[in-house]
Ligand binder design. Sequence first.
Ligand SMILES: [Zn+2]
Length: 168
Amino acid sequence: MESNNRPAIPAEVRRRVLVESGHRCAIPTCRYIEVDVHHIEPWEKVKKHEYENLIALCPNCHRRADRGEIDRKSLRLYKANLRFAHDRFSKIELDYLFKFYRVVNCTPYPSCMRLLYERLIEAGFLEVREGNNGIIASVENGVDTTPVRFHVTPKGREFVESLGVDEL
Ligand SMILES: [Zn+2]
């Protein structure tokens, strides 16, 4: 429960959390218009107002979350879904990122595949390495089939981990 002797949530952070859910309750089946900002990990534990840990909930869902009827993992999933909807990446791009995140040794892909991952590469979340094994540049029918491997960068790993969701 909220206590009165803690600092207010900074206006910028609060706004970002509210905009994320369109100023409605973040529970997709609720979407009520009157909202509070809720700490996914309780304030008493984290003592910080961090965007990653905040979610907009209506008073009713807020009470249910406080009682544990909506658990933290579910809240993180709801938040992650909102981010998929609003961030610069599509769900498919994030699926690719999660896939590469889990793969330790990615199999070589033809170089032309990098088009699919271009925005992840530009964001610095994915990097392209030589697929090598002695195979040098090759072009078939105008399509670059040189083998390359895709690796999630430390920045990309940080992003995946910031979602706080380990099985998507
Ligand atoms: Zn609600």
